[in-house]
Design a protein around this ligand. Structure first.
Ligand code: C2O
Ligand code: CU
Length: 463
């Protein structure tokens, strides 16, 4: 016989039994998915067939991830490829375990498997995410997207556009991606250069605007190797952030902006072109300007702003104290075609340049080709580091440090803006400084992905 008391007790018992899965779910959260899969997109003009790409969630660029500063990104990455993959969150001062470097911070994600990424984005700014295994192929096939971290108090603009610049190496007939990702020419020279330039996967991206509108343009260079040199026409404005980090003062756009692979820039521009005209984001190729993005002016807004926008709110950790006692670290970049490297260590053995060429390996950091067993620097947490980089090669390189931003020390000793990637031209020696405040093993490599694949990779340890 069931008494009222039993019934109540059972009721309570079953209620808590029901509650259990809820608790369990809170412990193992079911994140939104980010699925790497194949898809076909109309990349080339419509007279061409669609291009087979690899895209997050089957789109290219991948879905824009947008959060407010200090919020968490939680994504379950699912790998639907035949290749091992991982996701790197470029420029985020992240927990090392979430940095997404296959083989260094995590095991690569096998085909059919997944990985839960869960991290806080401490700084506002323009970031991006991309594959970090066989990047030279996976990024070139389209595995990237924007990661936007909004300021709690954003500057006042009329509209905002995220513009991901890329170039593609396509077969001129079939518009399919050139599958030779180990080309000796690309590896030993300037990297894999595309023959087809696009923005957000569109060769003819066009955005209607009004005269006098104020736009925030978030530029991201996702190309394997191309350095985009950009300018504006029919608009005027300022650079307000580089590599996600606010400039102390907005800087007038007077000269073309150099955006190496991996680098970002936030611009705030006012449309000055008149109704019926077209403003442009211009790509400067050998003195000649080519439209990268068209902004047809379809009318006129009455609010006219021409005064400089205020600086974006500062992110934390701008300062680099203790420069006098900084730990010195040197990186000599050697090798490549038309270089002077005679020998280098490959897999523990000294090889002549001729032997390296035969092995399709061309670049060395401090005399060693590829990821060394020991870190370039073993740093105590909190230590200030002065890193001198010497580009002793005939090509430019875009050196990217994971997990921490640095500031360049100018000739006069002043510190430049916070950056995570530095574009270095041939023969240049530049010195950057940073506080090693993020514990873990951090990759430091050339973001020209054919270069990274043929020797230009090392790492630093912070403990
Ligand atoms: Cu944007 Cu190591 O990468
Ligand atoms: Cu390089």
């Amino acid at each position: 016989m069931t008494t009222r008391r039993d019934f109540l007790l059972n009721g309570v018992a079953s209620a808590s039994a029901l509650a259990l899965p809820v608790t369990a779910r809170a412990v193992t959260p079911q994140f939104d998915e980010l699925v790497a899969r194949q898809a076909a997109v109309q990349l080339a003009p419509p007279s061409y067939p669609k291009t087979e790409i690899w895209g997050y969630d089957g789109v290219m660029p991948g879905p824009e991830l947008r959060i407010v500063q200090g919020a968490r990104v939680q994504r379950r990455f699912l790998n639907e490829f035949r290749q091992v993959s991982s996701v790197h969150w470029h420029g985020i001062r992240i927990d090392n375990a979430m940095d997404g470097v296959a083989g260094l911070t995590q095991a690569g994600v096998e085909p059919g498997e997944g990985f839960d990424y869960d991290f806080v984005a401490p700084d506002a700014g323009t970031y991006w995410y991309h594959a970090h295994n066989r990047s030279v192929e996976q990024v070139a096939r389209g595995l990237y997207g924007a990661l936007i971290v909004e300021e709690a108090e954003a500057p006042e603009v009329d509209r905002e556009e995220v513009l991901i610049l890329d170039d593609w190496l396509l077969d001129p007939e079939t518009a399919q991606i050139d599958p030779d990702f180990t080309s000796a020419g690309a590896r030993s020279h300037a990297g894999r250069m595309g023959n087809f330039v696009a923005t957000n996967g569109r060769y003819d991206l066009s955005i209607d605007v009004l005269q006098n509108q104020r736009l925030r343009l978030r530029l991201i260079n996702a190309a394997n190797a191309r350095i985009f040199v950009v300018d504006v026409a029919g608009m005027e404005g300022w650079t307000v952030a580089l590599d996600g980090m606010p400039l102390e003062q907005p800087q007038r756009l007077e000269e073309p902006l150099i955006l190496g692979p991996g680098q970002r820039a936030d611009l705030i521009v006012d449309v000055t072109a008149e109704s019926g005209e077209t403003a442009h984001l211009v790509r400067v190729d050998n003195e000649e300007g080519v439209s990268q993005v068209a902004f047809p002016v379809t009318g006129r807004a009455t609010t006219v702003r021409r005064e400089a926008p205020p600086a974006l709110p500062r992110n934390a950790k701008m300062d680099v104290p203790g420069l006098q006692n900084a730990a010195p670290v040197r990186l000599n970049i050697e090798g490549g075609a038309m270089g002077r490297m005679q020998t280098a260590i490959l897999d523990g053995e000294r090889k002549s340049f001729r032997e390296l060429v035969a092995a399709n390996e061309y670049w060395a950091f401090n005399g060693t080709v590829g990821m060394p067993e020991t870190p370039l620097a073993d740093l105590a947490r909190g230590q200030t580091v002065k890193l001198e980089i010497n580009n002793d090669t005939s090509f430019p390189h875009a050196m990217h440090l994971h997990g921490m931003h640095f500031r360049e020390i100018g000739e006069d000793g002043t510190l430049g803006p916070l950056r995570d990637t530095i574009t270095m031209f041939r023969g240049e020696t530049r010195t950057v400084a940073f506080v090693a405040d993020n514990p873990g093993d951090w990759l430091f490599h050339c973001h020209m992905l054919s270069h990274a694949a043929s020797g230009m990779m090392t790492w630093m340890r912070v403990t």
